[in-house]
Design a protein. Structure first.
Length: 163
């Protein structure tokens, strides 16, 4: 699932359930459907599974204060392979390269997350769309489908109703 989070700067929290937690990356520009677009994804702390449907306002003074909406959700299929063998996602994560097929409401098809650099405390990854039948360089769901898949609301509506 992906949360759109209007904190000190707007970003998209990309979360994959691996084992019993939501492994998480903050993607400043959000995901792309264009395979030629590499999107920076900064690894963040894992979240518990019950955070997956969190959509509300984090109060001022708390970590990550700002409005959160559930921008996309769905299941995924692990595509990670090593030497032709299926590679469990927790090991692929530890190895710094994950491949998976998303079955979201907005995002579909293959994506890869690849670790490329450590910058002081931050682990930097790239989120890239695979070139498959769901790849589309003209689609831009971050701008054309801005609302919540849970409630249909915008960040502004959530802030007004729950802030
Ligand atoms: Mn966030």
């Amino acid at each position: 699932m992906i949360q759109k989070h209007n904190a000190s700067s707007l970003h998209y929290d990309f979360r994959l359930q691996i084992g019993g937690v939501l492994k998480s990356w903050a993607v400043p520009k959000g995901p792309s459907t264009d395979p030629s677009e590499k999107r920076l994804a900064i690894e963040t702390g894992g979240h518990s599974l019950d955070y997956a449907d969190f959509e509300s306002v984090i109060p001022k003074g708390q970590y990550g204060d700002g409005t959160v909406l559930v921008w996309d959700s769905g299941h995924y299929e692990n595509l990670s392979r090593q030497d032709g063998e299926q590679f469990v996602l927790s090991e692929a994560f530890a190895g710094g390269h994950l491949s998976f097929h998303l079955y979201g409401q907005k995002l579909r098809g293959g994506y890869a997350l690849s670790h490329f650099r450590r910058e002081s405390e931050r682990q930097l990854w790239l989120l890239v769309k695979m070139d498959d039948e769901h790849a589309d360089a003209r689609r831009n769901p971050v701008s054309t489908q801005p609302g919540s898949v849970l409630s249909g609301r915008s960040l502004e509506e959530i802030a007004a109703e729950e802030g």
